[in-house]
Design a protein around this ligand. Structure first.
Ligand SMILES: [Zn+2]
Length: 221
C-alpha cells in the first residue's frame, strides 16, 4: 500500500491515475499547477476530482515562470493552439521542462510529507513530448532520489509511478471505466473553452478514445 502524491491536471489521464491510486495506495495526495496555461479552467476540474477522490490533501502550486518564458502555445498569447493533432515534433504545445518542474515540486512535498510515490499519468500517445517518455521518468526518479532528505535519512526510495507508460489513451480509458472514474468531471481542451473546442490535439485524442470504445464523451452530454 504506502502513500502517493498524484499530479492532477483535471484531464482524463490524471483522473484515471487518481482513481487507480485510490485502489493501490493507502494515503493519496494530489498536486495541481497553475502555470499560466490558457486552459486554466482545468484547475476547477482538478479541484472537484480531488474532492470526489477524497484525497488526504490537494496542493495547488503557482509556477509563474513557465508562462514568462514564452514560446509555447499553451501559455503564450501570441501563439495559437493548433487545431490539429501534433503536426510538429516536439509539438508547439510543449511547455519547456514542464514535467521536470512539476515532478521536482511534487518531490519537495514528497520529501516533507514522507510520501514514497509520485504519480504521473503519461502514456504512449504523449510520446511526442520528450518529458513524457520512459527515459524522462526513470531519469527524474534517479535525480529525485539523489536529492531527497527522506531517502538520505530512511534509506528507502521514492518511486516515480507511471503505470500508463506502455498504454494508449484508449487503454487508460478502459481501465478508468472499470475504476468508475467520473469522466464527465474531467476536462482536456488546450483552448480552455466551454464547451471544449473539439479540434485541438487533446480534444481529438479524447474523442478518439471514447469513439474507439463505441462511446460518446460524457462531458458532451
Ligand atoms: Zn480543444
Amino acid at each position: 500500500m504506502g502513500n502517493i502524491i498524484v499530479l492532477v491536471s483535471g484531464g482524463m489521464d490524471s483522473a484515471t491515475l487518481l482513481w487507480l491510486a485510490k485502489k493501490e495506495f493507502k494515503d493519496v495526495y494530489a498536486i495541481s499547477f497553475d502555470y499560466g496555461q490558457k486552459h486554466k479552467i482545468e484547475l476547477d476540474f482538478a479541484k472537484e476530482l480531488a474532492k470526489l477522490a477524497e484525497v488526504k490533501k490537494h496542493f495547488i502550486v503557482e509556477v509563474p515562470h513557465l508562462k514568462g518564458i514564452e514560446g509555447s502555445a499553451l501559455t503564450d498569447e501570441n501563439i495559437e493552439v493548433p487545431s490539429e493533432n501534433y503536426p510538429d515534433e516536439p509539438p508547439i504545445t510543449t511547455v519547456p521542462m514542464r514535467n521536470l518542474n512539476f515532478l521536482a515540486i511534487a518531490a519537495s512535498f514528497a520529501d516533507v510529507y514522507e510520501i514514497e510515490n509520485i504519480g504521473i499519468g503519461i502514456h504512449s500517445v504523449d510520446s511526442p513530448y520528450p518529458d513524457c517518455r520512459a527515459e524522462f521518468a526513470s531519469s527524474a526518479e534517479s535525480v529525485i532520489n539523489a536529492s531527497s532528505v527522506m531517502v538520505a535519512k530512511k534509506k528507502n526510495r521514492i518511486k516515480v509511478y507511471t503505470p500508463f507508460l506502455g498504454m494508449t489513451k484508449t487503454d487508460v480509458l478502459k481501465l478508468g471505466l472499470e475504476l468508475g472514474v467520473p469522466y464527465e468531471k474531467t476536462y482536456s481542451c488546450y483552448k480552455g473553452t466551454i464547451p471544449p473546442c473539439g479540434e485541438c490535439a487533446t480534444c481529438q485524442q479524447r474523442e478518439e478514445a471514447f469513439e474507439s470504445l463505441g462511446m460518446t464523451d460524457p462531458l458532451k452530454n
